[in-house]
Structure formats: C-alpha cells, structure tokens
Write a protein that binds this ligand. Structure first.
Ligand code: ITT
Ligand code: MG
Length: 197
C-alpha cells in the first residue's frame, strides 16, 4: 500500500484525521515518526500555510503528503485568531492560554456578536513534485461561549458551541465531531476531488 505522510505535529488533529482517512487506501505515517521537523508557517492564509507544510514534509521524505492548516475565526475580532490560532497567546499550542486570551478579547461582546467558525484547509500532494496539489476546505459555524465546557477534543473546542447539537466541540464524541467539523467537511471534499482526479 502506498505510504502517505501526515504533515502535522498536532496530536488532536492526528487522532481525528486517522479514522477519516482510513478508506483512502494509504498506509499512514506521521512526520514525527519520520523525523521531519515542523515547517515554518509564514504564509498569509490557511491555504498558503497548508501548502508550505505539505511541501516541507513531502520534500523531506519523498512521499505523498497531507497537511492541515486550521484555526478559529471570529468576525467580531476582525478574523482573529485565524491563522495565528495555535500561537494566539504567545507560546505555540498552549490551549488554556489561547482560550483565556480569546475569552478576554470577547468579554464584552453580546451573544449576537459571538459567532465564529473553524476553518480547515487540507492540501494533498499526491507525489513529491506534484505541481497541482488537491486543496479542500471545510468550515464549521458556531458561537464562542463565555466559559469552557467539556473535556474532549483539543484547542478551542471547550469554548466553541455547535448550535445543531447544543454542545461544545469538547462535549461531542469523536465520531460526532468528525461528522460536523471543519476537518470532517474538508475530508469529504478531498474524497470527492480524489474520486474525480
Ligand atoms: O501545524 P500543525 O503541526 O498541523 O499543528 P498546529 O497545532 O500548529 O496547527 P495549525 O498551525 O493549523 O494551528 C491550528 C490551531 O487552531 C486550533 N484548531 C484547529 N482545529 C481545531 C479543532 O478541531 N478544535 C479546536 N481547535 C482547533 C488549534 O488551536 C490549533 O493549534
Ligand atoms: Mg502549526
């Protein structure tokens, strides 16, 4: 079976992506398992950063690569944290600090201005020099709560309310989150692109 390197070091993403990719017909290997360093994410958009990460992992391994660039976008904050979601409060991947900063920035906002969405852009390089990567985006619309709820998931999940279920992303079981989420939607689009490619 052809190997595919997952170009992410985020354990939460890996846990969600692995079951979603099960039917894609690849043997999955993470960039960490292959000793690939994290790429420098200096793009200006989710798409640019996802391409940077996929190209970095693919160039280092010679394998096809899948990257995920994602984040939470709050229109009332001018789109923040956006592409800076992982390092919003300064240090990379400190979810408690990121959530605290987000809640403080939104402290005075009424419910009508607390809408937000998660965005996920997936980039699949089908081989190391693939000039035309497959790009798939998904968005998950909801509301930012005033305080965290739930223990599951990762990142901003405890403060993101999914209006369809009336639960935060951290209160949803993994399969339900994957059905609703930005990442799940992006994977469904990627599957459709692959079927046509
Ligand atoms: O770059 P990689 O190695 O993939 O890992 P990362 O965590 O740095 O990933 P990003 O650069 O794409 O930043 C995404 C951040 O957005 C947040 N995020 C993305 N998807 C999320 C989800 O499903 N639930 C909660 N937070 C999410 C979370 O804080 C992530 O760290
Ligand atoms: Mg990152």
């Amino acid at each position: 079976m052809k190997q595919l390197v997952l170009a992410t070091s985020n354990k939460g993403k890996l846990a969600e992506l692995k079951p979603l990719l099960a039917e894609f017909g690849y043997a999955l290997v993470t960039q960490g398992e292959l000793g690939v360093s994290d790429a420098v994410e200096d793009g200006r958009s989710f798409i640019e950063n996802a391409i940077i990460k996929a190209r970095h992992a693919s160039a280092a391994t010679g394998l096809p690569a899948l990257a995920d660039d994602s984040g939470v976008v709050v229109p009332a904050l001018g789109g923040e944290p956006g592409i800076y979601s992982a390092r919003y409060a300064g240090s990379h991947g400190d979810s408690a600090a990121n959530i605290a900063k987000l809640l403080e920035a939104m402290r005075t906002l009424p419910d009508s201005q607390r809408t937000a969405h998660f965005t996920c852009v997936l980039v699949l390089l089908r081989h190391a020099d693939d000039p035309e990567p497959l790009v798939a985006e998904g968005r998950w619309f909801g509301q930012v709560l005033h305080s965290p709820r739930g223990e599951k998931g990762f990142g901003y999940d405890p403060v993101f309310l999914d209006p369809r279920h009336g639960l935060t992303a951290a209160e949803l079981d993994a399969a339900t989150k994957n059905q609703a989420s930005h990442r799940g939607q992006a994977i469904a689009r990627l599957r459709a692109l692959l079927a046509r490619a």
